[in-house]
Ligand binder design. Structure first.
Ligand code: ADP
Ligand code: MG
Length: 337
């Protein structure tokens, strides 16, 4: 069966039927607007991401189900980066009318499964026909106790830069795919099925550990630079301290790929944050307790947003940031185009 066989309203009804009631949802799919409630004393957090076929994903490189998961995961990651709790989800979807309903069902199953895993309810969206590429717009709303959100602007001279998980796996998988190869299952899942660090972000926030935080979507250097510029400080990354997976080390020729992919590659969806030096041990211990490696990779100093890398031989090199920028031809990797 094709999407055109059930039509827009058939699809909306199909989506509505697959959504279970959720906390704080007075009115979900089916009215002119959703009616929602946040816990008392909390602020609303909201974030949107667009995913365009041919720019952010290729349907011959992934499954529709993984695509559904990822579309939601990358949004949850933004709420995690604010130390918030994700709650409500909106899904804008444009596909050609001749799309197999099976593909849509698989996409929805992935998206709803990812949402459910984090206690998030789909409460609305929009559906229309696309002349070609799939276009997916996901919005997530979450909450955070008033005054407890962690922004990009709180890093202070003397803070230590920390990161969760490992770096570069997703960009390496994309590089292998682009070169016509097949990434191993671990690298592939890091690219196609990223895990948003929602619990870690909340726990870091509860303990008041990060002075600034961001999720890694554009690349380590690019995303750290956002913190540096918002916080009006300089930063240093110690190349020797970057956390790399066994699979990454196995495939990478250390010198070139570490620089290229771990330093500049996008879509790791790990948390990058700064903490005062006396609280590094606490942050590391929290990571151990949660089973997510968290480690120091650099330092913040007084300055105006410059970023330097300490090379393996100990020399410091100021670097030109080149994370992914959709409108800049010479930017680093993330999208396909
Ligand atoms: P409107 O004409 O006001 O845009 P629609 O007929 O598009 O209303 O939508 C009807 C209801 O279905 C609304 O609650 C809307 O949020 C929901 N909805 C539409 N498309 C989607 C979708 N892709 N996912 C989830 N909910 C959707
Ligand atoms: Mg509509």
């Amino acid at each position: 069966m094709k999407l055109s066989d059930i039509g827009e309203f058939g699809l909306i009804e199909r989506i509505r039927r697959s959504v279970a009631p959720g906390d704080g949802v007075h009115r979900g799919i089916g009215d002119d607007a959703a009616e929602l409630q946040l816990p008392d004393g909390h602020h609303l957090l909201t974030s949107t991401d667009l995913l365009i076929e041919g720019i952010h994903f290729r349907r011959d490189w992934t499954t529709s189900e993984a695509l559904g998961h990822k579309a939601v995961a990358v949004n949850l990651s933004d709420i995690a980066a604010m130390a918030g709790t994700p709650r409500f989800l909106y899904l804008g979807l444009a596909c050609p009318g001749d799309t197999d309903l099976q593909e849509i069902d698989a996409f929805l199953a992935g998206a709803l499964d990812e949402a459910k895993a984090f206690g998030v309810t789909l409460v609305g969206g929009d559906t229309c026909r696309s002349p070609g590429p799939w276009m997916i717009s996901v919005t997530v709303e979450g909450s955070v106790p008033s005054g407890k959100a962690i922004g990009r602007n709180g890093a202070r001279a003397g803070d230590v830069v920390m990161v969760s998980g490992t770096l570069g796996d997703s960009a390496l998988a994309l590089r292998i795919l682009t070169d016509g190869g097949h990434p191993d299952p671990y690298l592939s899942s890091r690219h196609h099925r990223p895990t948003p660090r929602v619990d870690l972000g909340q726990e870091l926030g509860k303990k008041g550990l990060p002075t600034a935080m961001i999720d890694l979507s554009d690349g380590l250097t690019s995303d750290l630079e956002h913190i540096l510029q918002s916080s009006h400080v300089d930063g240093m990354i110690d190349l020797a301290e970057l956390p790399l997976s066994t699979a990454f080390l196995h495939q990478a020729e250390r010198d070139t790929l570490v620089r290229e992919l771990a330093l500049h590659g996008g879509e790791d969806y790990e948390l990058l944050f700064t903490v005062p030096p006396e609280r590094v041990a606490e942050a590391t211990a929290l990571g151990v307790a949660m089973g997510i490696p968290v480690r120091p990779i650099g330092a913040i100093s007084a300055g105006q947003g410059r970023l330097a890398v300490r090379e393996a031989d100990g020399t410091l090199q100021t670097i030109r940031v080149r994370g992914f920028d959709h409108f800049c031809q010479s930017s680093g990797e993330k999208g396909l185009a």
